[in-house]
Design a protein around this ligand. Structure first.
Ligand code: URP
Ligand code: ZN
Ligand code: ZN
Length: 439
């Protein structure tokens, strides 16, 4: 195959430690040279006035995942295509174990599904109870290149693991140097709240949020931090939605624990008033953890500015409003939890972090591109650096646009970010030896 060499000229290039005005030369799909006034026999891209950054890595996706009686509607082909349109060139998807399935078989199943992915696809393995049964299998998947394991402390009766099993799993993960990803919400308390709401005949989507108040996230985070202290395991909290929880995580980091906080665009940009939408529209925002108050949104933005967030991922888990979400028309417990976001993350966060909160392009790249690679051991990606894979996005930071589901490629009938105005749009990506214009 003849590979095309590419020369990006005169861009504002976001390097790991500085923004550099110059050129990037790509040879055989790798970054060969970063300098000024390069002159190579290659396909030229004029990036004058544009920002050149690494493509994103989305460390939290659920593609083609069976969940709550449905399948998330993006498969690895449609989801990865949408990812590319959103300037994301790699994903770490959650391979979901089914009851009594071996972890090796879980990974093989997900590897098979991901054969149609257009982007490099990595996996965390999410385990189901009883966890004791699979602890000895962690070694098998570590050998298969899996560096992270996930447990849910929510979804009682299906995914929720018990504390004893979880602690044993953390010990084994420490021994194998694997990262423990954790969905921290107190599943027992959520169950009690849900039963109470149902007894009171409260079935509308907004009661999903009422059943999972903010303090149950912080409570669960505190419990896990205690376990991290006891075991020394590396812990990565997924989709943190509250200031209280992120503050606990920050305190634990300052104590010296190796702990990471992930959050998602929805928790920085949307709030719980959306559950009040007419008819059943609130179902579009049913996810776990749920959207929080406006004050929570502001304080989470404050945490972002303080540098307390390590990774921005999407938790992309789309279900059509007109189809799968309708399963819960009469009962919020049956609404499949999850929202789309794989295509909008980079633009939304670039606009929020750089244009609105005054953070730097370097900060943006850290949280959306390089930290996911560092934390989960992905080599040669997430940074514009010689020898790395040439996966770069060219952004127009002056391009104003309004998010609309009609413009997106996600395989779902809505976007929760509909109508949000932005000033940051990816125009083109260089994906190794290919140039993809984003229309
Ligand atoms: O509502 C959500 N977040 N759905 C996906 C599964 C999970 O909890 O991450
Ligand atoms: Zn979760
Ligand atoms: Zn998730």
């Amino acid at each position: 195959m003849v590979q095309m060499d590419i020369l990006i000229k005169n861009g504002k290039i976001v390097l790991p430690d500085k923004v550099f005005d110059g050129d990037v030369f790509i040879k055989n799909g790798k970054i060969a040279c970063i300098d000024k006034n390069l002159n190579e026999d290659a396909k030229i891209i004029d990036a004058t006035g544009k920002v050149v950054m690494p493509c994103g890595i989305d460390a939290h996706t659920h593609l083609e995942m069976p969940f709550m009686g449905a399948f998330s509607t993006d498969d690895f082909y449609t989801g990865s295509n949408a990812a590319l349109y959103g300037a994301t060139s790699a994903v770490i998807d959650y391979a979901m174990q089914t009851k009594d399935e071996s972890l090796k078989s879980t990974v093989e199943k997900w590897q098979k599904k991901a054969e149609k992915s257009l982007v490099d696809t990595f996996f965390h393995v999410a385990v189901v109870p009883p966890v004791e049964n699979i602890i000895d299998e962690l070694e098998d998947i570590k050998k298969m290149g899996i560096n992270s394991i996930k447990c849910f402390l929510a979804y009682k009766g299906s995914l929720m693991v018990d504390d004893e099993g979880f602690l044993k799993l953390m010990c084994k993960a420490k021994e194998l140097d694997m990262v423990v990803c954790i969905h921290a919400e107190d599943g027992e308390e959520i169950e009690k709240n849900t039963e109470k709401l149902i007894k009171e005949d409260k079935f509308a989507p907004k009661y999903h949020a009422e059943s999972r108040p903010a303090e149950l996230e912080a409570k669960s985070v505190r419990k896990v931090i205690k376990m991290a202290r006891e075991t020394g395991a590396k812990v990565y909290f997924v989709h943190i939605s509250t200031f209280e929880a992120i503050k606990e995580i920050q305190k634990a980091k300052e104590e010296g624990l190796e702990i990471y906080a992930e959050s998602c665009p929805q928790y920085f940009l949307l709030d719980e008033t959306l559950y009040e939408k007419e008819d059943f529209e609130g179902a579009k925002y049913v996810m776990s953890p749920p959207l929080r108050t406006k004050e929570d949104v502001e304080s989470l933005q404050y945490a972002l500015k303080q540098g307390w967030v390590d990774v921005i991922a999407t938790d992309h888990c789309p279900f059509n409003y007109e189809k799968e979400k309708q399963m819960g028309k009469d009962d919020f417990r049956k609404i499949p939890n999850g929202i789309p976001g794989i295509e909008t993350r980079m633009s939304l966060m670039l606009d929020l972090m750089v244009n609105r909160l005054g953070l730097s392009l370097i900060d943006f790249v850290k949280l959306n591109c390089s930290n996911p690679a560092k934390i989960f051991g992905i080599k040669n990606k997430g940074a514009i650096k010689e020898c790395n894979d040439a996966e770069m996005a060219i952004f127009d930071m002056n391009k104003e646009w309004i998010i609309s589901s009609d413009l997106l490629h996600e395989n779902v009938d809505y976007t929760p970010f509909e109508g949000i105005k932005l000033k940051a749009k990816p125009e083109m990506i260089v994906f190794r030896d290919k140039i993809i214009e984003l229309k």
